[in-house]
Design a protein around this ligand. Sequence first.
Ligand SMILES: [Zn+2]
Length: 206
Amino acid sequence: MKYIPLHKCSICKNLSESEYGYYSVSPSGSHRPLPIEANRLKSIEELGSKGQKKHHIKQCPFCGVFYAYDEHYEYDVTGSADELMLTRLTPTEAKDLMNARECKRRLGHLEEELASTHLVTRRYAAKGLTSHYLDQEDVEKVIRLLDSYDEDVGLAVLSYLDKITEQWWRLNNRHLIEQIARAAAKDETHKNNPLIKQIIWRCGLK
Ligand SMILES: [Zn+2]
């Protein structure tokens, strides 16, 4: 598949890193579907069982980026709803879905794309590289990215750290995130950012 940066992909440029929707099961019947472009992504497996329909991986037919699709049934006093989540995966998160050469190729493009003039591409590059550096246990490189002169890059790193620490107990690299959070807490640009405060709180550092 020919490489296309995110902002040139007619599907992906219209999807955020995470998309959220719901279908109310209550009589009021309110619903918020995922953006229409989500319907153009292809499932990478046959969706035979109910479980597969609710949790599976999709791929963009144009640029090849992978997405995790998850549906959860939520119930509360106001009624119940099916919550829909679509999350764009980094090459590292999707490394089992492609061969090592392809993964390396995509990571190489992300390094160039940190300097892209298109925000959607730059954000994905920052998120993808953060994910890769964490996988390599290279805390210094994550901190350098966070301290980037480009504020959007720093914010994309923080948003990604915020997203993955939502399920703190499931992380197997908590010690790395703690080191990054400690550094960010001292950083003039980020120390008052609500996201870093939240991450620090999840790390139990305060
Ligand atoms: Zn795409």
